[in-house]
Write a protein that binds this ligand. Sequence first.
Ligand code: FES
Length: 188
Amino acid sequence: MSVNVEFGPDGRHGIVAEGTYLWDAAKRLGLRLPAECEGRGECDGCAVIIKEGTPLLSELTNAERERLSAERLALGERLACQAKIERPGNLKLEPVPVEDREETVEETKFELREEFRNLPLQKKLTTLVELEAIAAYQTFKAISDLSSSAFEKGLDVIAGFGRARERRARQSHRPAEHRAENQEGKQA
Ligand code: FES
């Protein structure tokens, strides 16, 4: 038995088999939903709104209950990587717009790239200088953090050597019989 799936808002549609996850159904129809967590139910990039055919889908998973608020669930949202089509019929759905879900890293990068591309040349140069200054500061900070911890470790090692040398020196200044006692104590 097959399922007729229609993805809004552009109305692309097609037939998929029962047992198909919504994410795969979207892919089959040429729509690649974001999957930042690779389908583990840990992001909400693949969220879709079910417009028709909710009873065709599997029960909500724990991941969906955790990731989607009660309000979003009430609106009919599902995570496409978690919801499986279990029964035949007609299904209408659409991706949750990016304004209503967390932006993925890729989307943020794309947006920043676009923003940068549209800056006037002077502003682009100023931004680059600022970014370079931030990068230089972060690099300097990372190096100084690293070197201070390496420096502290070095001090510990030197202090350890110093303490051992002092101990040996103290032992060599002890009365001979005590040294002998110490030797016996060590051997006992
Ligand atoms: S891909 Fe992350 S929740 Fe679906």
